[in-house]
Design a protein. Structure first.
Length: 122
C-alpha cells in the first residue's frame, strides 16, 4: 500500500465528510434569519391591523396596501423556509447515502473492518 495514496484518500474522505457539516450550518443560519424576518413581518402586520379602525381615507388605503405587501412577504418567507428545510433534508440524505467514489468505499470498508466497537460488530 502506497502511503501517499492512502493519505490522499483519507484527506478526500475527510473533505467529503466535513463539507456537508458546513452546508448544514449555513442552512441552519439561514433558517434563523428567515424566522426572524417572519416574526418582524407578523409583528408589523399586527400593528397595522390595530391601526385600521383609527385610519380613514388615504391612511386606510395605505394600511391595506401595507398589509397586502406584508402578506406577500410572509408567503415568500414561508416558501424560503420550506425550501431551506428540504435542502437540509437532502443534505442529510446525501450524508446517509453510500459514497459514490471508489476510494471512499475502499477506505470505508477498511475502517469498518478495523472497527471493533460493539455497535459496528455484527
Amino acid at each position: 500500500m502506497n502511503p501517499v495514496t492512502s493519505f490522499g484518500d483519507i484527506t478526500h474522505v475527510i473533505q467529503l465528510a466535513v463539507a456537508p457539516v458546513f452546508l448544514l450550518t449555513g442552512v441552519g443560519t439561514l433558517l434563523v434569519v428567515l424566522t426572524n424576518r417572519l416574526a418582524r413581518a407578523v409583528d408589523r402586520g399586527r400593528v397595522v391591523e390595530k391601526l385600521l379602525p383609527e385610519s380613514a381615507g388615504e391612511g386606510l388605503a395605505a394600511a391595506h396596501e401595507e398589509l397586502n405587501l406584508l402578506a406577500r412577504r410572509t408567503q415568500l418567507i414561508y416558501a424560503a423556509i420550506t425550501l431551506a428545510v428540504f435542502c437540509a433534508l437532502f443534505v442529510c440524505l446525501l450524508i446517509r447515502s453510500p459514497s459514490s467514489t471508489p476510494s471512499s468505499r475502499r477506505i470505508s470498508r477498511r475502517w469498518w473492518a478495523s472497527c471493533s466497537c460493539w455497535r459496528c460488530s455484527p
